[in-house]
Design a protein around this ligand. Structure first.
Ligand code: ADP
Ligand code: MG
Length: 332
């Protein structure tokens, strides 16, 4: 099968929202009047972001999910994406499963594949995604990292640390009962982008970011870009590791003992969570709760934005904890 047959079979579908989709030199998109384009790229490299043994359907899901998560963090509505793909060889079973996983998530978010590039090489997946954000009276409604203000509450959506549990099991540094691993693995391989929550938080959240490198590391970006500090309740965060309750329920099964420090570390610096971390004025608590409910996404208050710069960690009793958690850095 040649390059163009491959594209036609696995990646070309009739354009629905785009003015012109796959098949010409450029795709054509028409943003709605009064909107801005929000644009983001993410690359997934075998051995670095995923294991070669991963189910290609789940890989297709994850490749798009991490991009949708960036739109969510900006409060942008998904519109379209392009796919640049390097493949070592043409494996039709692999392509069919990859394309099915990718396009199922695309359809769920009404986000259209409008173009890309296909080449031979080590497996590498790069998606660029386009979303829409309204502009009101000349003001963009995009959620930014730079808007957090002293006194704002700090929230995170969903669950934390589970993807890292799975990663450590794969690395052989952690052993957990099978039901714990199964749930952790699904969070690692098929993250849920919080698009509906991001949209619901427009006009409410003062700053937002998606958690990809670890909660504290990504919070650091909000703090730096907003010129503020924060106190985080480590145990409010560590209670959000979903595999922790399954772990407790399976305490009689073989697996290693995981202590409170390790749960904290998984939650605060695990990475690959694709949850939204955001700040909002304390006066908007009811609106935040309403946004969580309308988007059917749990959100938990885990701290406070403060004038004093730096990041402070406290336990459930308000006692100071040392902050020696480091977030993921490809070049560190
Ligand atoms: P060009 O050489 O003009 O850049 P290509 O020959 O690379 O175009 O691609 C032909 C068409 O197929 C283009 O419309 C391109 O956007 C699309 N395309 C290529 N690879 C992919 C892919 N993996 N997924 C979706 N569309 C693709
Ligand atoms: Mg061309």
């Amino acid at each position: 099968m040649g390059e163009f047959d491959l594209i036609a079979r696995y990646f070309k579908r009739p354009a629905t929202r785009a003015a012109l989709g796959v098949g010409d030199d450029c795709a054509l998109l028409q943003p709605a009047p009064g909107t801005q384009l929000a644009i983001s790229s993410d690359m997934l490299v075998e051995g670095r972001h995923f294991l070669g043994t991963v189910d290609p359907r789940k890989l297709g899901h994850k490749a798009l999910a991490v991009n949708l998560s960036d739109l969510a963090a900006c409060g942008a509505k998904p519109l379209a994406f392009t796919l640049a793909l390097a493949l070592p060889r043409v494996d039709e079973d692999w392509l069919a499963a990859f394309s099915a996983g990718l396009l199922a998530l695309a359809d769920a978010h009404n986000c259209e594949l409008v173009g890309g590039d296909t080449t031979q090489g080590p497996l590498n997946i790069c998606i660029t995604i386009f979303g829409e954000v309204p502009v009101l009276d000349g003001q963009s409604l995009a959620l930014l990292r730079s808007g957090a203000r002293p006194g704002d509450d700090l929230y995170v959506s969903g669950t934390l640390g589970d993807a890292r549990v799975a990663l450590e099991v794969f690395r052989g540094t952690l052993s957990v009962p099978a039901p714990v691993f199964e749930m952790a693995r699904s969070r690692m391989e098929q993250p849920t982008p919080r698009v509906a929550l991001g949209l619901a938080l427009r006009g409410i959240a003062s700053a937002a970011i998606d958690v990809s490198d670890g909660l504290l590391g990504d919070l650091g970006h909000i703090l730096t870009q907003s010129g503020v500090g924060a106190t985080v309740q480590a145990d409010a965060a560590s209670a959000l590791v979903a595999s922790r309750s399954i772990y407790r329920d399976n305490s009689t099964l073989p697996g290693q003992t995981i202590g409170i420090d390790q749960w904290r570390s998984l939650a605060l610096a695990g990475g690959d969570d694709y949850e939204l971390l955001f700040s909002a004025p304390a006066s908007t608590r009811a609106q935040v709760a309403q946004a969580a409910e309308s988007s059917q996404t749990a959100v938990t208050r885990i701290g406070t934005i403060e004038r004093e710069s730096g990041l402070r960690l406290v336990d459930a009793d308000g006692r100071k904890l040392p902050n020696n958690y480091s977030s993921f850095d490809h070049f560190a």
